[in-house]
Design a protein around this ligand. Structure first.
Ligand code: NDP
Length: 336
């Protein structure tokens, strides 16, 4: 079987492609430039991977040519979407590309994806709750919850816009299948903060992708530096990759949202794990206030993803394993 995947160079996507190839799927990935495609091809080193160039997902008809060349594709994974918070133009940098990218790939499937049977969209917990509600301990969320932020509200700043963008894009996908009854079966994957190793050691850069940089930035601090306490949900990128595969392999996931989380973290928990597991960093990085992490996360909204865990049927990795594996890979790169 052939899987057509958008945004193949991304942190999560590279892990998905690796998992797909290990499971014997052929993959056609979209990338923005030939240089990026050639780079990924070299890393994957597999005949099972091919790429097509799609420079900008938000341009009308962006995917038409790429998808029309691959009638053999039976599965579509849409992961490409801007993920950063730092912008002075949230509407054009985050909101519009997320919505247009989703509509463009769905229209391309209608026109050219005649053999596509399953469509999986990489959504986010940002489509489940707003940035504000996520931090509200009186609220509870599950697979059926929605971030109902308005378009106007979403344009306030980068973080709010990212949350809005993901909820508008996922809503656009469900609306599209309602209006187009012949469309392939849709499943959404809604991860919380995704952490864990890059699919390839060589992809470790001084600054990592947005989510992993929350961990990486901690080891770049000096022993007396203060750090901001970030908190939220966590899940391992390797579990997220596995969930994308099960999302289209299983029948029971059709029409569902898979809320991927294995609990909540605070930066203090991460620094505690790093200090406990990497003696070589002791005294070089902050300790903060060890053991206070569980106190921090009491202020977060409650989440229940038991339906998702039951549907997927595998155990998610612990925060300890995720942080240790992420830092190990970073330190190995630094020692080279
Ligand atoms: P990355 O930034 O690593 O990947 C994003 C991918 O989308 C890249 O391949 C990027 O290409 C591509 N892309 C972005 N904008 C455009 C555009 N306008 N035109 C063409 N390609 C574009 O992020 P992640 O891997 O972390 O995120 C992947 C998906 O997962 C996103 O949909 C994100 O919203 C979602 N997600 C991520 C979470 C996380 O914690 N990491 C949590 C929940 C959801 P290029 O690199 O060339 O710019």
């Amino acid at each position: 079987r052939t899987v057509f995947l958008t945004g193949a160079t991304g942190f999560i996507a590279q892990n998905i492609v690796k998992t797909l190839i290990e499971s014997d799927y052929n993959v056609v990935g979209t990338v923005r430039t030939e240089a990026k495609g050639d780079h990924l091809t070299k890393l994957l080193n597999s005949e099972k991977f091919k790429y097509e160039i799609v420079p900008d997902i938000s341009v009308d008809g962006a995917f038409d040519e790429a998808l029309s060349k691959h009638p053999e594709a039976t599965v579509l994974l849409h992961t490409a979407s801007p993920f950063f918070y730092d912008t002075t133009d949230p509407e054009n940098d985050l909101v519009l590309p997320a919505i247009r990218g989703t509509k463009n790939i769905m229209k391309a499937v209608t026109k050219f994806g005649k053999n596509i049977e399953r469509f999986v969209i990489t959504s986010s917990d940002a489509a489940i709750y707003s940035a504000e509600d996520e931090q509200d301990a009186t609220k509870s969320f599950d697979e059926l919850s929605w971030n109902n932020i308005t378009y106007e509200e979403s344009l306030t700043d980068g973080v709010t816009a990212y949350y809005g963008a993901k909820s508008f894009a996922e809503k656009a996908a469900w609306e599209y299948i309602e209006k187009n009854p012949g469309f392939p079966a849709l499943t959404a994957v809604n991860p919380v903060y995704v952490f864990g190793p890059q699919a390839f050691d060589s992809e470790v850069k001084d600054v990592l992708n947005v989510s992993n940089e929350l961990i990486n930035s901690l080891i770049n601090l000096g022993p007396n530096d203060k750090f901001e306490i970030d908190k939220g949900g966590f899940v391992d990128v390797r579990d997220v990759a596995k969930a994308h595969v099960l999302a289209f392999e299983k029948e029971e996931t059709i029409g569902k949202r898979l809320f991927l989380t294995n609990g909540q973290f605070s930066s203090q928990m991460m620094i505690d794990i790093i200090n406990e597991n990497f003696p070589e960093l002791k005294g070089k990085i902050p300790v903060g206030e060890p053991g206070t992490g569980p106190e921090h996360i009491k202020s977060l909204g409650r989440v229940d993803n038991s339906k998702t865990k039951q549907l997927l049927g595998f155990e998610f990795s612990s925060l300890d394993k995720i942080v240790v594996d992420t830092i190990k890979q970073v330190l190995a790169k630094k020692s080279k």
